[in-house]
Design a protein around this ligand. Sequence first.
Ligand SMILES: NC(=O)c1ccc[n+]([C@@H]2O[C@H](COP(=O)([O-])OP(=O)(O)OC[C@H]3O[C@@H](n4cnc5c(N)ncnc54)[C@H](OP(=O)(O)O)[C@@H]3O)[C@@H](O)[C@H]2O)c1
Length: 303
Amino acid sequence: MKRILICGGNGLLGQRLSLLLSTQTEFEVLSTSHHRSYVFDSRLFDYTQLDITRKGDAKSLISSFQPDVIFNAAAATNVDWCESHRDEAWKVNVVGVENLIEGARKVGAKFIHVSTDYVFDGKHGPYKEDDPPNPISYYGKTKLAGENAIRISDIPYALVRTIVVYGNMIGKRGNFALWVINNLRSGQKIRCAEDQVSNPTYVGDLACALIRIFELNRGGIYHICGAEHLSRYHFAKRIADIFGLDGGLIQSVKTSELNQQAPRPLVSGFLTSKAEEELGWKPMDTTRGLTMLKQELQAERRN
Ligand SMILES: NC(=O)c1ccc[n+]([C@@H]2O[C@H](COP(=O)([O-])OP(=O)(O)OC[C@H]3O[C@@H](n4cnc5c(N)ncnc54)[C@H](OP(=O)(O)O)[C@@H]3O)[C@@H](O)[C@H]2O)c1
């Protein structure tokens, strides 16, 4: 039986990976995250607290669990927070990754790590895997440093970059689609950038691609994102359409008007032909991803 360790199991992606993998009988899955408690009922799924910045804890947990694979969905992900909390961001996104690499090396585990389009400057998107990175935010710099630590290590790895991930999650910490839905439902006006263009990614589709990489034992870098190249404004409009909400509340603005602390890559997005050819995976279109999200939210309300 393959043993799978998930780091960041309380987050948007980590929750989805935990759900998809823990329900399969051929895997023994241990989810971990920073917080003491788990978002799911820990009588259903195995969970233990792990702060990946604590080298000794990471090493001893990995040595005792002996995973075949480590999925790393743990990160400091708030881009503006990272800009003003540089030491803390570096500690999680770089030192934490180095600690997991060291643990993986000791037990011979494969390391499947998640990174971001923010490693690019957003001048020439959509990007392919071998385009040169040039991060413009501190978050992007930390994520690139984490990538580089993996690339120069001698462990088997896959590095999956993704973009604007959306989906339902327990706890509902920030995620662009849920933010749009919640604001429009309560009749609040929102301002969305018309000049930030990328491919929003449904979390279930991303999790499936990661699992495919594991099952097919693929390595190297993969770009995984949704099928459509949309501005944040047009993405918000599509959300309003699918959810039957008032799209008139969405105002189109320039990124410069939002006064965000960290600079954003404006013309981002990925080309996914490598993943499509090597993984037999097809990116999901936005309407389908949002319809899945709608069904998940409806099912949650019924329960
Ligand atoms: N969401 C996006 O739009 C997006 C876009 C591109 C790339 N990505 C990448 O995708 C990955 C997953 O992102 P996500 O959206 O799922 O993020 P998320 O919802 O913010 O979850 C991140 C998780 O990391 C955990 N974490 C933070 N610091 C930790 C530490 N020191 N030790 C252990 N766990 C720690 C948090 O744990 P607790 O909850 O237990 O505190 C949280 O569960 C990240 O690598 C991110 O950079 C995300």
